[in-house]
Design a protein. Structure first.
Length: 81
């Protein structure tokens, strides 16, 4: 399979990729071997994972802040019981 000449669209590894290049932001709409696209797709996956982590961290920080404010409001009421 790897040592044979490329059959392009006749090969199960031939993939058409549409979207933005994760490094150059250039629009992509072209076919190619899945083995050759692997590095580009790994970079994109890493970027998306980093964005997800940042979003989760931001949400966590907002929740911690709200819980702290809620505890500050409820603390005097608890002491009064």
């Amino acid at each position: 399979m790897i040592n044979a000449p490329c059959r392009e669209a006749g090969c199960c590894l031939w993939q058409n990729i549409k979207g933005k290049d994760p490094q150059s932001e250039e629009l992509i709409d072209q076919g190619g071997c899945a083995l050759l696209w692997q590095n580009t797709l790994l970079v994109e996956n890493s970027q998306l994972a980093n964005q997800t982590v940042a979003s989760v961290q931001s949400t966590r920080n907002a929740v911690v802040k709200e819980v702290g404010e809620l505890r500050a409001v409820l603390a005097p009421r608890r002491r009064g019981k």
